[in-house]
Design a protein around this ligand. Structure first.
Ligand SMILES: C[S@@+](CC[C@H](N)C(=O)[O-])C[C@H]1O[C@@H](n2cnc3c(N)ncnc32)[C@H](O)[C@@H]1O
Length: 400
């Protein structure tokens, strides 16, 4: 049972795990994973959820599991109410969280409040919430981020729990924790600086590395698989829809020609092919939009966001807030449309004689326009410049 539950948390449906556990060798392998999962997939003690007690099996399997001291203890933590991160660039910099003041203001973390951080990353937002006494359930599909943040936030393990998985499936992943609802939910989309800066992850065309671009290292399809195997038409669609790349057709055609001679294996291979088509103009690297498009496709990021936005409102307590930080217009448009829909009491269509009640209506808009980072923050952290924050709030009385 323990094996099945832990493997389930690692992303396998329970039924599948029960099936394979009949075979000794596979069972041994799964037991190894369980041990690994104990060490890094989760931290924190379940009973603090202040809700239904979890089942004995889960509490027993996953109670408190970080091993070494968190880096956050070095240098005394966040330094002031909203001060800089404790982890410096020199000593293992991971990611500088954006708009921390705004996140704290909108989520009002305090003792007794339970907040979901769907994009744990370097743990900066989670730490800001934990420092103010909130309880945090966090998730990330990148196993490395989970390991790093567990280490960093170990000091909060009584109030913090980190789960490996995609936020698009958070209800499934949370199913056996006993959590019934949140006072606030946050997703800070896109990639972390760590992912961008590590050449082996293949996110950056500035650094040579394998053409990977997977946030979840267990995902089956890499960017190289996509670039070498998709049809020209599909590549063109990906570049056009996810990159809004004006030269999508020419780039797709050139990729298909190039791969017929030799598989495209590295970030530099792809960057060179794109540059050969578009040439260098202006300050932006010619492969920027192509890499954005391929990353969104490999990680199915927009579909994940849509799915999360459909599920999240049902998990908010009355008055609970939903925060989305996006980094490009496609994500922001999806968030804006979803929030507007959730905040509209009646729907209308030309073919209907009169407006009809919107059965999804359960939120009100807290921000009508997206909130942008301050000039001071952008000067300090240029990667924050395209961040846009939208906030909606669950109504006190809803049918959703
Ligand atoms: C911009 S970083 C978040 C940084 C974080 N807020 C912090 O304070 O350090 C985005 C993180 O979200 C993760 N991520 C992106 N999409 C995800 C998804 N659908 N499910 C789970 N994690 C996701 C990425 O792996 C990455 O670690």
């Amino acid at each position: 049972m323990e094996t099945a539950v832990a493997a389930h948390w690692l992303g396998f449906p329970k039924s599948q795990v029960h099936g394979v556990s009949l075979f000794g060798e596979i069972e041994r392998l799964i037991a190894d994973w369980v041990e690994q999962a104990r060490q890094w997939s989760h931290t924190g003690s379940w009973p603090w959820f202040d809700m239904a007690e979890p089942t004995g099996t889960i509490a027993g399997t996953f109670r408190g599991s970080c091993h070494s001291r968190p880096q956050a203890l070095n240098g005394g933590g966040l330094g002031g109410e909203h001060g800089p991160l404790p982890v410096s660039r020199e000593s293992g910099f991971y990611h500088e969280p954006v708009m921390v003041n705004e996140i704290v203001e909108f989520l009002a973390p305090a003792p007794g409040r339970l907040i979901f951080d769907g994009t744990l990353g370097g743990g900066g937002h989670s730490e800001a919430l934990l420092r103010r006494g909130a309880q945090v359930v966090a998730m990330d599909q990148d196993a490395h981020a989970i390991r790093h943040a567990c280490e960093r936030l170990k000091t909060y393990e009584e109030r913090f729990c980190a789960l490996h998985g995609n936020f698009r499936r958070f209800p499934e992943i949370l199913a056996e924790t006993g959590v019934l609802g949140f006072d606030g939910m946050l997703v800070d989309l896109g990639v972390s600086s760590h992912q961008l800066d590590e050449p082996e992850r293949g996110f950056s065309f500035q650094k040579d590395g394998p053409l990977d671009l997977r946030m979840d290292q267990q995902a089956l399809r890499t960017a190289a698989d996509l670039v070498n195997m998709e049809s020209e038409e599909e590549l063109e669609r990906i570049l056009r829809e996810f990159g809004e790349e004006p030269q999508s057709r020419r780039i797709a055609r050139t990729i298909v020609k190039a791969r017929a001679k030799k598989p495209i294996r590295t970030t530099s291979d792809l960057a060179r092919i794109v540059e050969g088509v578009t040439g260098r103009k202006g300050r932006r690297h010619p492969a920027t939009l192509t890499f954005q498009a391929i990353r969104l496709a490999v990680n199915d990021e927009l579909a994940a966001l849509r799915q999360f936005l459909e599920l999240a409102p049902r998990w908010l307590k009355p008055g609970g807030r939903l925060l989305v930080i996006s980094f490009h217009s496609l994500e922001d448009r999806i968030t804006k449309q979803a929030f507007n829909h959730l905040a509209t009491p009646f729907c209308d269509r030309p073919e209907w004689p009169e407006p009809r009640p919107n059965s999804d209506f359960c939120m009100t808009l807290v921000t009508r326009k997206p909130v942008e980072p301050s000039a001071e923050e952008i000067a300090r952290n240029p990667r924050a410049r395209s961040a846009r924050l939208r906030v909606a709030q669950k109504l006190s009385k809803t049918t959703a």
